[in-house]
Write a protein of this length. Structure first.
Length: 168
């Protein structure tokens, strides 16, 4: 197995592969349908999870996986068919059972932010389908990435909530 901890910690933030918008993802408004932003965010997180050693092989071999417990997406600028996109992922915090991530979806050539997604993921024992602690080796990898990501500037939008503007 490659040194996934070194690979993961060298990426600050983690940058997923450039993705293309699929024609069936465009809605009647002529832009990317909101559901497919989540598809791209999910694909990017799956790539990062591979570097942490918690991808599909981890589930098959060790019986653990992650489930998303909470997600907050902000749609900031339209994406259209033909726009190349890339997602950056920050691993903001973690404990023995949870991962707090923040993602930015950017136009891959022009650099502007189209959307962000802030998520809380839970580590799951797939045998019991209950929240469980990460194994020590995985916890060490996660801690290394959290430490590496803690020294770079935080992107705008972390910790926002959904509410109507104040009338004051």
């Amino acid at each position: 197995m490659p040194d996934t901890a070194a690979t993961a910690t060298n990426a600050v933030p983690f940058s997923a592969s450039i993705m293309q918008i699929e024609p069936q993802w465009i809605d009647y408004n002529g832009h990317l349908n909101m559901a497919y932003y989540n598809v791209m965010f999910d694909r990017a997180v799956d790539q990062m999870w591979l570097t942490l050693g918690i991808g599909p092989g981890y589930m098959k071999e060790r019986g653990g996986s992650t489930f998303t417990a909470e997600c907050h997406v902000r749609y900031l600028r339209e994406i259209h068919l033909g726009d190349p996109v890339q997602v950056s992922v920050w691993l903001l915090e973690a404990d023995d059972r949870r991962l707090h991530t923040f993602q930015e979806l950017r136009h891959a050539t022009e650099g502007w932010v189209s959307a962000t997604s802030e998520n809380m993921s839970l580590h799951i024992d797939m045998g019991s389908r209950k929240v469980a602690a990460f194994p020590p080796d995985i916890s060490e990898r996660i801690a290394a990435v959290v430490k590496a990501h803690s020294v770079v500037p935080r992107p705008e939008g972390i910790g926002r909530n959904v509410a109507m503007p104040s009338k004051r």
